[in-house]
Structure formats: C-alpha cells, structure tokens
Design a binder for this molecule. Sequence first.
Ligand SMILES: [Fe+2]
Ligand SMILES: [Fe+2]
Length: 212
Amino acid sequence: MPDVAALRAELRERLSPARAAHAERVATTARELAALHGLCPDWAELAGLLHDWYRETSEAEILRLATGCGVLSAGVAAEQIVPAALHGPVAARLLPTRWPDIPPEVWQAVDRHTTGDAGMTNFDCLIYVADLVEPGHAYPGVRELRAAAASDLRTAARAGMEATIERLLRRGLPIDLRTVAARNALLARTHAADGLGAGGVSRGGQAADSCR
Ligand SMILES: [Fe+2]
Ligand SMILES: [Fe+2]
C-alpha cells in the first residue's frame, strides 16, 4: 500500500478545496459501499482519492497529455472526443509509475469512472457509482441511486449511465461512445440474469472483488 497520508496531502495541494473535498467524500462513500458489497475498502478509498487527479487540468493540457500517453490516437475523429471524459484514462496511464504499489484494478476503475466501459467489473461499478452518490450531491434522483447502490452495484451503475445519457441529450452535449457501450453491456447482463438471453456478454472480471 502507498503512503496514503502523503497522497492526501498532495491531493489537497493539487486540487481546489471543493474538488479535494469531493474526492475525499467519494473515497469515504467507496469505502462504505465496498464493505457493504464484499469488495476491498482500501482499494476503494485509493480509487476515490485518485479518480479526479486531472479533473482541473485545462482542456488543452488534457488533450496534450491524452495524446502523449496514447489515450487519444491519431485516427480518432474530433467529434468523438469528449475532453471532460479524458481525466480518468489519463490518470490511469500516467499515475501508476508514481505509485507502483497501487494495484491495476484501482487504475482500471479510475480509467472507467467517468464513461464506464463495456467490461465493467463490480469494482469498476463501485467507483463509478460512488462518484455519483457521494453525500455532496443533491440532484433529482440521487436518493434512488443511493438506494440502488446499496443493493446492487451493476443496476446502480446502469441507472447512473442512463441518467447521464439523458442529461447529455437534453443539454445537446456529445456522448462518449464508451458510455453507450457500457450501458448496453450492463443492460444485456441484466437481461441474461432475467433469463432473456445475454447474447454472449461476458460477466466481466471478478479479480478486483477482494483485497490481495
Ligand atoms: Fe471524474
Ligand atoms: Fe468525481
């Protein structure tokens, strides 16, 4: 495990007080949800602290970093790029060399926390949902999402993605293709659980579901 106190101190240096407080609340919420669902609380806390490390980086800089570390490849059409969704993948590529003791499952969840991904694990869903339901949020529907998070992380993650997609549509904003793929995969998994047929959808990795 890394020096979490040092990491916290650096977080407070790096981010605005409001954003650092959000990261702390996500870490606490993730830890609580991890305990509830039999996942690793220490990993959950780390992912919560780290998930928005690059959230306040300027758009020009995040595009530069994303190109430099391979998150954005040259062939991607400009209209498919959602700059606000790049801070997770950039953190997941750039930060592991800084904290090599943090396991890859944590970085994967950081990578996927904004957009989701077609291969979401329970741990990925936990971080995705903790970001949406931390106690600083008061948007319509957050209470229902908190209740869903307490009972089933995948259902809560799908509900969060669907609400995100609806919000982006209403505001006329672009939707990251990864979010559509993530939502469809979780929907197919729900249908499989209901006996409606999964169409060969993978259950996703379970490796992050306990501390090593
Ligand atoms: Fe974020
Ligand atoms: Fe966040």
